[in-house]
Design a binder for this molecule. Structure first.
Ligand SMILES: [Ca+2]
Length: 140
């Protein structure tokens, strides 16, 4: 009975812990990129947000996607170079996808605009040029 009564609290505690350990493997990473907490999930019929922006799985863990690899390469910070790259090779630079249209954002600032896409997942996902690029992406 005590367990049943405490289930909502336990669920909240689990969600809180899960939030700490997801998203680039660390929530701090999400604040190091513009709109890092508001990246749309590109998977068809899934909707919502993609929390672990640098990972091939929405909840994090596993392999890094091309943006995650470039983020590491950039010293885990948002640089002009990282902003100007098209990590997922879909024709839109990372800055455009994350709403930093002129690559002027820095940590703590509000982004210039909304995220328009995912910087590490080639979109649209069913585009033939994206299928090979996204072979490690999991939409589950
Ligand atoms: Ca792109």
């Amino acid at each position: 009975m005590a367990i049943q009564r405490n289930l909502p609290k336990m669920a909240l505690a689990i969600i809180a812990v899960a939030n700490v350990y997801t998203g680039f493997g660390h929530p701090g990473y999400r604040l190091k990129i513009p709109n890092g907490i508001n990246v749309p999930n590109p998977c068809t019929n899934v909707g919502g947000l993609w929390n672990a922006v640098g990972h091939n799985v929405e909840i994090g863990g596993g392999t890094l996607n091309p943006f995650g690899k470039d983020f590491v390469e950039a010293g885990e910070s948002w640089t002009q170079t990282l902003c100007s790259m098209d990590s997922d090779n879909d024709g839109r630079i990372n800055g455009f996808e994350l709403g930093d249209f002129n690559c002027s954002w820095f940590e703590g600032q509000p982004p210039m605009g909304d995220a328009t896409g995912h910087p590490g997942i080639c979109e649209p996902m069913d585009d033939p040029k994206c299928i090979e690029m996204n072979k490690d992406v999991s939409c589950r």
